[in-house]
Design a protein around this ligand. Structure first.
Ligand code: CP
Length: 295
């Protein structure tokens, strides 16, 4: 595999192998070794993804060349293509790119550098999906037969799209719950998922994935107010009691505490959010190993 731009770049068997490898690395298996450098090129802000690519690269022995818009020649108008050609010339074998532009990397596949999508617009966040599947597999041993309920702002969420696809490929049932303006008709079908009420989704969930309310992407008319969103769609401490006793809570972060999720739920006994972040490092290490053929 030269590039990893969408979950669909992996077959179900390849995805299963990468997720299992991520779990093994998380549990102490020795990482493969790779030469050279990874470039992290971020046109959007990020904490978890950027740092976990750096951590994953370090596990494999890769140096990191890190670029953000601030302080780089991107601010002078350098194109994405020229930026990628530059980091390749500086020694990067692979570039992890985060951008607000859906499908940005699809047209850049012929450049002399391997590409991994670190989140593009509303489209995909395929390395997030590997880490999240690894967190669920560590919890339950097997994803097949489990139920994932994704809750909240589905419309704007690349995490929802990638996770619905990845969990389905691994044999899970995927439920979606959210306000009608943020879960428009047809989207559940397009994602191979079933639309349910929030109560129904929580009662059936082995894994409840709460999405960040993407306030920066809201246009007028999606929501009456943030307070209304919390009341109707937030994972409040009271509503979290609907989850089965064995059910676990994930959130890709960053959280709007007191909006889509209560602070005490983030740190409560059913939360696996910290483990999810850790698995994100090993998920990225596993996909980089596969891409770079690191042994
Ligand atoms: N989950 C995620 O993409 O978080 P960051 O935006 O902090 O990278």
């Amino acid at each position: 595999m030269r590039h990893y731009l969408t979950v669909g770049d992996l077959s179900p068997e390849q995805l299963r192998a990468v997720v299992s490898r991520a779990v093994a690395l998380r549990d102490g298996a020795a990482p493969g070794r790779a030469e050279g450098a990874i470039a992290t090129i971020f046109y959007e802000n990020s904490t978890r993804t950027r740092l976990s690519f750096q951590q994953a690269g370090a596990l494999l022995g890769l140096r990191t060349l890190s670029i953000a818009v601030e302080g780089s020649s991107i601010q002078k108008g350098e194109s994405v293509e020229d930026t990628l050609r530059t980091v390749a010339a500086l020694g990067a074998r692979v570039a992890a790119v985060r951008s607000p532009w859906s499908l940005l990397l699809q047209d850049l596949r012929d450049l002399p550098i391997q590409l991994v999508n670190a989140g593009d617009g509303w489209s995909q966040h395929p390395t997030q999906a590997i880490g999240d599947c690894a967190a669920a597999q560590r919890e339950f041993g097997e994803i097949r037969g489990r139920t994932l309920c994704i809750l909240g702002d589905i419309l704007h969420s690349r995490v929802a799209r990638s996770n619905a696809q990845a969990f389905s490929m691994l044999g899970a049932r995927v439920l979606l719950a959210g306000p009608p303006t943020l879960l428009p008709g047809g989207l559940a079908d397009a994602l191979g998922a079933t639309e349910v009420s929030i109560e129904e989704g929580l009662r059936q969930a082995d894994v409840c994935m709460v999405l960040r309310l993407q306030r920066e992407r809201q246009e007028r008319g999606y929501l009456p107010s943030v307070e209304e969103y919390r009341r109707l769609w937030g994972l409040t401490a009271r509503r979290a009691q609907l989850l089965p006793a064995h059910g676990v809570i994930l959130h890709p972060g960053p959280q709007n505490r007191g909006v889509e999720i209560d602070g005490e739920v983030v740190t409560g006994p059913q939360s696996r959010i910290a483990e999810q972040i850790t698995c994100g490092v090993y998920g990225r290490a596993a996909i980089l190993e596969a891409m770079l053929d690191a042994h």
